[in-house]
Design a protein around this ligand. Structure first.
Ligand code: AMP
Length: 216
């Protein structure tokens, strides 16, 4: 059983690295932002409660996200473990999590703020299938069109310059300090998130001592 948390500013590649790790080692990838966006898109009660904060790029109240994570983990479909992406993001969430679950490592993706701004402002999302594109590193073949399903590429409503700046400030003020809780337990591994995706993934696996995926 492997239980990991991936931390990093928005645009640091958290989602990509969590997904690669989860696919290779048969772990469940739990992305809190995706769960919230799904609920907003499908007009659920939870979506209605989260919408204002998500659209403004602000953190959703702790009770709400903690509930999302608890409910998701209670599904117990994670036979080989999970990779949690985007949670915890502040001290209350970290304490809630550590009370209920033990983890094997926190993976911190380090990316300078300027790179974060560049990356996030060039991020596009397929409105139909949710696939991520980036106008710098992962351009679609046809402008504004998803390579996979042909859907329209849109900017996330929370990816405006002001919202990105606010989220970066929240990250420095609220999220980075909680690393101390995990550092005390010697759980933190750091990877340079500015390198190409495959190299970042290799560095993470090496730090975690994961040399080869679980055989099928
Ligand atoms: P992300 O896709 O990780 O950038 O998350 C998108 C948005 O979802 C954030 O800007 C927040 O509004 C909300 N969100 C995601 N994870 C959390 C969390 N752990 N705590 C509070 N809000 C969150």
């Amino acid at each position: 059983m492997r239980k990991y948390i991936v931390m990093g500013a928005q645009g640091s590649g958290k989602g990509t690295q969590a997904k690669l790790l989860a696919e290779a080692f048969d772990l469940v990838h739990i992305c809190v932002g995706d769960i919230l966006r799904w609920n907003i898109q499908h007009h659920t009660k939870l979506g209605a409660r989260a919408k204002r904060s998500v659209t403004a790029g602000e953190l959703v109240p702790d009770e709400l996200v903690s509930e999302v994570v608890r409910t998701r983990l209670e599904q117990h479909d994670w036979n080989y473990g999970f990779v949690l992406d985007g949670f915890p993001r502040d001290r209350t969430q970290a304490e809630f999590f550590l009370e209920s679950y033990d983890i094997d490592a926190v993976i911190l993706l380090e990316v300078p703020d300027m790179v974060v701004l560049d990356r996030v402002l060039s991020r596009r999302l397929c409105a139909n299938c949710g696939l991520d594109f980036n106008l710098i590193h992962h351009r679609p073949v046809r402008p504004d069109t998803c390579d996979v399903c042909g859907g329209k590429l849109v900017t996330r409503p929370d990816d405006t310059l002001q919202a990105v700046r606010d989220r970066l400030a929240d990250y420095h003020r609220q999220t980075l300090p909680i690393l101390e809780l995990f550092r005390r337990k010697e759980l933190v591994v750091v990877a340079d998130g500015t390198r190409p995706e495959s190299q970042v993934q290799a560095e993470i696996r090496q730090s975690l001592g994961l040399s080869s995926p679980i055989p099928a």
